[in-house]
Design a protein around this ligand. Structure first.
Ligand SMILES: O=C(O)[C@H](O)[C@@H](O)[C@H](O)[C@H](O)COP(=O)(O)O
Length: 250
């Protein structure tokens, strides 16, 4: 069973999300000197700001200097582009931290970004794979209204990403959510991670939450992940997103 927590108001979701992340951080730091975490783009980034920066009862417990921060997926655009997940995370979260705080962040190498050939895009993915550790302590994920996560999209034409077993980071060349070129973790990275945490909020997620949790449509990447990695998968959702979900059997 996956662990699902449903929150009536946003502040309680972001607080409990922060408590969960800090708990995973503390568990990791009891055993080693760093906390390896990956973040995704989209609305998750604002939730992370609320949890880890704005929430004063949590912000003092976040040991940023011991975090190693990776990206679960990244759009192939310059890191300064408004579409960059790194850029968004830096702007919304890291730039809000006191300047004395050191962070260790691992963005995609943007030097090949301008090249439009497949070889360059595959190389960007392969280079990211090289810097990725074997096992992340925590992978933070969003869920799109179509049931995608990372840049693993549902449907026949995107199956090449879900079926990838040798590349740990792959080039997604046809994202239905712009921009179309991205790099993304593949399932082997999620398999080796210690914990996976999804955040989904708002009424635009109602239909997909119903499909994921009630209908369990296993054509959806998120359903597949729930099935494959149930014991280490956690969902933080709000009551709007879960408005149509009937089941208690996760
Ligand atoms: O770069 C991206 O596009 C994201 O990493 C993506 O996987 C995101 O997490 C979902 O699309 C959910 O985004 P929302 O929460 O904004 O719907």
């Amino acid at each position: 069973m996956v662990t699902v927590s449903v929150f009536p108001v946003r502040a309680s979701l972001t607080h409990q999300l922060g408590e969960f992340i800090v708990k995973k951080q503390d568990e990791a730091l009891q055993k080693k000197t760093d906390f390896k975490v990956s973040v995704s783009g989209g609305s998750l980034i604002n939730a992370l700001y609320e949890s880890l920066v704005a929430d004063e009862s949590l912000s003092s417990r976040v040991q940023w200097s011991k975090w190693k921060i990776y990206f679960s997926d990244e759009r192939i655009v310059p890191l300064t582009d408004a579409d960059s997940n790194y850029g968004a995370f830096k702007k919304v979260v890291l730039n809000k931290l006191p300047s004395t705080i050191q962070t260790n962040i691992y963005p995609m190498d943007e030097s090949l970004v301008g090249n439009n050939d497949a070889e360059s895009k595959n190389k960007i993915a392969a280079e990211y794979e090289q810097i990725l550790p074997q096992s992340l302590d925590l992978v933070l994920l969003g869920c799109g209204p179509d049931g995608h996560t990372c840049s693993l999209f549902p449907g026949e034409k995107h199956k090449y990403l879900l079926e990838e077993t040798s590349k740990r980071v792959a080039w997604c060349h046809d994202s239905p959510k712009p921009p179309s070129d991205r790099i993304t973790f593949t399932l082997p990275v999620l398999k080796d991670a210690k914990a996976l945490c999804f955040v989904a909020e708002g009424s635009s997620k109602q239909n997909i939450m119903h499909e994921i949790f009630d209908l369990k449509n296993d054509q959806l990447p998120t359903v597949l992940i729930n099935k494959l990695f149930d014991k280490k998968t956690y969902w933080f959702v709000n009551k709007e997103a879960f408005g149509k979900v009937q089941t208690k059997n996760f």
